[in-house]
Design a protein around this ligand. Structure first.
Ligand code: NI
Length: 137
C-alpha cells in the first residue's frame, strides 16, 4: 500500500499563477514536487527553531597569514569536537583558505559554533547551511 496521500487545496488563482511561474523559473518539477520541497523546508526551519538535533555545514573563508588566526580557529573547533563530524580545508590561493565544517547536534550549539567562528578576527566570510539529519522529514 502506498504512503502517498492526495488532498485538494483551494488557492487564489493569482497565487497559483505566481507559483507555477516560480516552478518554471527554478526548474523544480511539478506542483507536487514543489509543494513537497516547501513543506520540507518549513519542517527543517522548525527543527532549528525548536533546537532539535540537526545537521549543518559551516563554510568560512580566511587569510591564514593573519597572526594567530589558525591557532584560534583550531582551538574553537576543539572546544566543539562533540559537535563537529568532519572538516575539509582547501587552500584557495596564496593567502585565502576555505574551510568546511560539517556538524551534527543541537541547533543552538551549531549556531553558537558558527557565531564564535564568525566573530573571530580575520574571518572574512562565514555561512551556515542549516540542514537536517533527515530522520524527521
Ligand atoms: Ni589553507
Amino acid at each position: 500500500m502506498s504512503n502517498l496521500i492526495r488532498f485538494g487545496v483551494s488557492i487564489d488563482k493569482n497565487l497559483v499563477s505566481g507559483f507555477d511561474a516560480l516552478i518554471e523559473r527554478r526548474k523544480c518539477g511539478n506542483r507536487s514536487e514543489a509543494i513537497r520541497d516547501l513543506i520540507r523546508r518549513e519542517l527543517v526551519d522548525q527543527e532549528w527553531a525548536d533546537d532539535k538535533i540537526v545537521a549543518g555545514a559551516i563554510t568560512l573563508i580566511y587569510d591564514h597569514h593573519k597572526r594567530e588566526l589558525l591557532n584560534h580557529l583550531t582551538s574553537i573547533q576543539h572546544d566543539y569536537q562533540g559537535l563537529i563530524i568532519a572538516t575539509q580545508h582547501i587552500h584557495l590561493d596564496h593567502y585565502n583558505c576555505l574551510e568546511m565544517i560539517a556538524a551534527k547536534g543541537k541547533a543552538a550549539e551549531i549556531k553558537k559554533l558558527a557565531d564564535t567562528l564568525r566573530l573571530t578576527k580575520g574571518v572574512k566570510h562565514l555561512s551556515l547551511n542549516a540542514a537536517t539529519t533527515g530522520s524527521g522529514i
